[in-house]
Design a protein around this ligand. Sequence first.
Ligand SMILES: C[S@@+](CC[C@H](N)C(=O)[O-])C[C@H]1O[C@@H](n2cnc3c(N)ncnc32)[C@H](O)[C@@H]1O
Length: 302
Amino acid sequence: MASKCSDKTLIRLYEDKELAYMYAIYRPPPYPTAVRETIIKYLEKNCNAKNKEGKFEKMLDVGCGSGTLSTQTFASFFESILGIDISEAKIKEAKRLNKCRNVAFECIEGYEFPVENNSVDLITCASSIHFLDLKLFEKECERILKPGGCCAVYVINWGNITGFRVGGTDWRLKMVLLYLIVEDFYISVKAHPNNFAAIRRNQQIYDQIQNSSKIKLQEIVSGREMTLCQLKNVFRTLGDYVIFMKQEKPAKDPLEIFDQNIRQALKLGNDLSDEKIFLKSEEVFPIFVFTKQVTSRPDRVL
Ligand SMILES: C[S@@+](CC[C@H](N)C(=O)[O-])C[C@H]1O[C@@H](n2cnc3c(N)ncnc32)[C@H](O)[C@@H]1O
């Protein structure tokens, strides 16, 4: 049922097989529980009814990637979940890592998603909507959502480093505007322009969504501890970085500059290994939803 469509509407940054493997290892842990709780609460309150076992019927995760950060974490709320992605490499990984019997994955090539009309309670887009053609996507959401079903969009926003320690157990307070260092990194790897919309909290995308029911839900703020090495590994899995390194073979790795920028901000020298530098960071997860109206207006143009 997956339809081929012109590659003009597709942004392919995550096709690399090695990257698909590293993504599942190096990306952050799953999105915080509070993200899905917020979405499920919205769905329960405003949208559709659950079945006798207290589950919703169907969820579709668009741009599911390896399926571990988001898709699988919704498994207990739905009878069935389908994760779709344009990257074959990612879907192969998602199938390999799948632990849930009610979750399936499929590689798709465009904007005819392999689900029936009016059949989906929830569509999720985790750090992926910025790669989509919004008009085609909204139109397909309108086709496949049940009346009263909704699409939830969320993304990670690299907020601030709030403290650090070098070995030992004593944390030192220090505020570093991590999102600015991340933005510089995106510029240096010549990241696709749409990525900037994502790191700026999806505001531009929210503005472009035509569905008049769109609404921002409470932003989730979550703290995390990781080493500088682990933080750099997250950015090793940015598709644009992998492509930049392969195509441009730069004299200086942009991740080295990223490393330097963080050390400078923390006033740390180069002699310390990045595995010995522990960071406390505060991440923000903005969420917005839009809902298919119970009585669709036939004159609505998307
Ligand atoms: C940054 S990853 C996010 C993956 C996952 N949702 C997560 O949060 O870890 C973005 C994903 O969107 C996929 N993608 C990009 N364009 C797409 C499209 N038109 N349809 C479906 N997936 C797409 C990419 O292949 C990639 O796996």
